[in-house]
Design a protein around this ligand. Structure first.
Ligand SMILES: [Zn+2]
Length: 166
């Protein structure tokens, strides 16, 4: 787990990027990292990946990596991560609002035969087939829609009235 807050504090305290990999004047091998300018005489010294005996492994690759992972790059990554997270939260919220609108649309219309004297017609799932129907709650009426694969379809079917635009 990355401690993002700690990483942000460290990045904010360090010399801002971009950082450049340069060769030292006496050594053309690029293993020297400076900030502010790609000119080794102008830039601020940050690090040198060369070791004393000159036999270090990956010194140029390490220098390139350190320079590309400079504080400005890390802060940009952290910002992007945060904005992606808040986008996702917003989308999730929008998603649940849409769901509640959908369930509002799913309200069943009253029974065309007996009205709503026995209450709102209810969607029911058939336990054996797993299919849905909407039925009138009045046992003496017993009106119901056909069976559908989903509750939504059953409610739509029940709510469909002849001669009515949907
Ligand atoms: Zn009825």
């Amino acid at each position: 787990m990355i401690d993002e807050q700690k990483l942000r504090e460290l990045a904010e305290a360090a010399t801002p990027g971009p950082w450049f990999v340069v060769g030292q004047p006496w050594n053309p091998k690029a293993d020297f990292i400076v900030a502010g300018s790609p000119d080794p005489h102008m830039g601020q010294y940050v690090a040198d990946t060369e070791d004393f005996d000159g036999e270090g492994q990956n010194v140029q690759e390490n220098a390139a990596y350190i320079a590309s992972a400079n504080p400005s790059a890390i802060l940009a990554l952290l910002d992007e991560l945060q904005s992606l997270r808040s986008d996702r939260t917003t989308k999730n919220t929008e998603g649940s609002e849409m769901n509640s609108e959908t369930s509002k649309l799913q309200e069943t219309k009253e029974c065309p035969f007996c009205g709503n004297s026995w209450g709102q017609p209810q969607a029911e799932v058939d336990k054996e087939s797993g299919r849905w129907t909407v039925g009138c709650m009045n046992p003496r009426c017993g009106a119901s829609s056909g069976y559908c694969d989903t509750e939504d379809e059953a409610v739509n079917l029940w709510n469909t009235r002849a001669g009515e635009a949907q």
